[in-house]
Design a protein around this ligand. Structure first.
Ligand code: FES
Length: 100
């Protein structure tokens, strides 16, 4: 099993089988990565692999539409397009909900 740490969700740690899709693990384990389409179109699931980038698979063509070369070099990925094959730590932009 591999370990995924959801850094933007109080460092929540979950385990998953190797070659798991990052967004699917997040959904199953309530990791909290934001998403809309699940299919590589909307870009909502943009996240940053802060630890273990070498344990993620090749960047998909769909990701190049939403992420610049600089972002990719900095470890940004789209969770629904990313498969994980080792321990990683992932963060994302947390949108504050404003109560009126
Ligand atoms: S959830 Fe829409 S691109 Fe990943």
């Amino acid at each position: 099993m591999i370990q995924i740490t959801f850094l933007s969700n109080d460092n929540k740690v979950v385990t998953a089988p190797p070659n798991s899709n990052l967004l699917r693990v997040s959904l199953r384990e309530k990791g909290g990565i934001p998403f809309k389409c699940g299919g590589g179109l909307c870009g909502t699931c943009k996240c940053r692999i802060e630890q273990g980038l070498e344990h993620t698979d090749t960047v998909k063509p769909k990701e190049h539409k939403h992420l610049s070369a600089e972002e990719l070099a900095a470890g940004y990925r789209m969770a629904c397009q990313t498969f994980v094959n080792g321990d990683i730590g992932v963060s994302w932009k947390v949108v504050e909900t404003v109560s009126r």
